[in-house]
Design a protein around this ligand. Structure first.
Ligand code: NCD
Length: 292
């Protein structure tokens, strides 16, 4: 594996290998990375979890993390993504972790770039490291993906998390369903009422409304969305025994999920963050082991 760009590029075997290594790291195994590789994190969109989690994982697998501040970089002077990454490669980077607002920004890096590219989110496209940590969280809980009812709720069309997870989970045997307002379903077939999905879901995966990706800002009422599509305390009580709640975060409390449910017994929201470090260590190990 040279790069990690999209879940669509991974085979089921590659996915399961990364999950197994994440589990090994959680169990205390040491990463098999032969030297200290140089890595930079290029975040052109806001991030709390993903950036910090990558940096923690990079340090834990023995990388040297070279600081890069996207907000003060020459990208602001019009430099292309290709020239930015080529420059960092010439300085000595073995890998770059990139988040950008353009869908598939990585296409311009496929030729002429030798350092590894790890996609930390491309616009409304893909978010493979989030998907791998979500899969890790689900497998830890249920031991399998087969026949699980997984319901992804919210701003489906604008969410890279929804797209990465829908394709990977379906391929691994889960029954993925969607619940959202009609205008956010895009090409996906979605339910528009909790009644269709609430009581038989094993996983309810909530999404933040991606306001920054809406072409026209919707006349949006937080309470209206919460009443219709949010996970309320009353709805949580009707969930199946053993069912869990997930959310990639950041959470908007009392919009997609009731404040009091964020850390309830079913919620895995903060465990997902913890699992993310192991999943990213596994991604880095898999990619860096293949380099000279
Ligand atoms: C997500 C993202 O950036 O796509 N966050 C994350 O990486 N944990 C989800 C979001 O911003 O809503």
């Amino acid at each position: 594996m040279k790069n990690l760009l999209s879940m669509e590029h991974l085979t089921n075997e590659e996915i399961l290998h990364i999950l197994d290594r994440a589990q090994a790291f959680e169990n205390g195994e040491q990463p098999q990375v032969v030297r200290s590789y140089n890595v930079a994190n290029l975040f052109f969109e806001p991030s709390t979890r993903t950036k910090t989690s990558f940096e923690m994982a990079e340090r834990r697998v023995g990388c040297t993390v070279i600081p890069f501040d996207a907000g003060f970089s020459s990208a602001l002077k019009g430099e292309t993504m290709y020239d930015t990454v080529k420059t960092l490669e010439m300085i000595g980077m073995d890998a770059v972790v990139i988040r950008a607002k353009e869908d598939e920004y990585y296409n311009e890096l496929l030729e002429g770039i030798d350092c590894a590219v790890i996609n930390a989110g491309d616009g409304a496209g893909q978010h493979p490291s989030q998907s791998l940590l979500d899969l890790f969280t689900i497998r830890k809980e249920f031991g399998t993906f087969k026949n699980l009812n997984i319901t992804i709720v919210g701003d489906i069309t604008h969410s890279r998390v929804a797209k990465s997870n829908a394709s990977a989970l379906t391929r691994l045997g889960a029954n993925v369903r969607f619940l959202c307002p009609e205008e956010w379903a895009g090409d996906f077939e979605a339910a528009h009422s909790w009644e269709d999905v609430l009581e038989d879901s094993d996983v309810i995966m909530l999404l933040r409304i991606q306001h920054e990706r809406h072409a026209v800002s919707k006349n949006f009422s937080k309470d209206g969305y919460h009443d219709e599509f949010g996970l309320t305390a009353e709805r949580e009580k009707r969930m199946k025994t053993g069912a869990i709640i997930m959310h990639p975060a950041p959470v908007n409390r009392d919009v997609e999920i009731a404040d009091e449910l964020v850390e309830c017994e079913r919620s895995r929201i903060f465990q997902q963050v913890r699992n993310g470090v192991y999943a990213r260590m596994a991604i880095l190990e898999t990619i860096l082991k293949g380099r000279k």
